[in-house]
Design a protein around this ligand. Sequence first.
Ligand code: SF4
Ligand code: SF4
Length: 424
Amino acid sequence: MRRFQRKVVRQLSSTLDAPTPVDVASIRLSRPKRAPPKKEGSWVGLPGLEERIKKEGSLINETLREMDGDEEFKLTAKRLKEHGQAKLTLEEKKRRRRALDKLEVPEFATYLRETAQVEKVGSRRRTKILQVNVGLYCNQACNHCHVESSPKRQEMMTNEVADRCVELIAASPSLTTLDVTGGAPELNGAFRRLVDGARSVKKDLEVIDRCNLTVLSEPGQEDLADYLASQKIRIVASLPCYSSKNVDSQRGKGVFDRSIAGLRQLNDKGYGLENTNLGLDLVYNPLGAFLPPDQAALEAKYREELLEHFGIRFNSLFTMTNMPIKRFADFLWRRGELEDYMGLLVRNFNKATTTSLMCQDTISVNYDGSVFDCDFNQQLSLNLLSETKSSLSIFDLKSTNDLINVNINHDNHCFGCTAGMGSS
Ligand code: SF4
Ligand code: SF4
């Protein structure tokens, strides 16, 4: 056994796994006060919710209030103003390296090659998924957000870049999926233009919307659920718990109630129901510096709780590991937990994840058209390792085939993708 492995095992606990201490399976919601209506699928919890949300209006005011009262948000904004994004990203990278140095863990690529003895993980295959980040504007400001979105971010995709994405889809036969993310992608003007354009050039393309659910009750988005259903867009939505307290602590005050309202709207359109072909998947990520619990058991629990209390149905639940980057990396560092978290990721390295890393068959496009191996590299400004240019744009590509066999730009945050069930 290598020296660093001995040290990791000695320093961290004797168990080989450290899932979330939030015992999600034991959290039960309180029974509704009134007897639930008889009709299957009717609302049973949170009576009067839709009327209340309508009266409250946009979530953005609450999000901004919380941001202005939150010391961590204020500190990050101050540092960003003083040092600039590039310097903060470099500092963050150094912190991850220092944390691994203390654990005597080598760079990710070296670890794969020499310790895990994984071969051929480092180059790109044929691209199947085009992931497009249409902008950083969001009505929420979640405390783990790896793209640091909020209502204060104004970066948005232009029509020119959206149209170029459509051209690339048309020119790339291997692409099967368009995965649209943000921010809250639906609040970006380019969202519908991109989706409509993509559908027009490739009828059978799977389109995924990374929906935060609360956007469905934003003023001006009254037709959103109809639009998503009419385009047969698959919804992948974050819901880190089925308890209001846990969701609001991670994603902001009022987010749980509005998420429930959003799910109800989607169910009403046929999402998550059998035989409708309208996919609705939920995503769980831990509330702190822990790995997710068992996916199948958690999915069963979500299904039971959401159906019993709110009449909500969905297709699948995916558990994701929190990546040690951006807002979550800051959160860990300020609490002195970054070293422990990096150690946890290394200790739970899962060789099986290395055959299905997102970067092997995905291209991630930023709102400005620059392209990356994945969404995480995009946020860290880790460019694609092209031999022709230091920074590639979507305007440089004839088709996604141009990137076959190009080396992947791995770095130490990649331990987040190979721990447990991974983050891809
Ligand atoms: S995690 Fe999603 S919903 Fe939350 S701030 Fe980031 S982009 Fe918005
Ligand atoms: S962070 Fe990106 S580059 Fe690294 S392993 Fe994950 S998907 Fe691949």
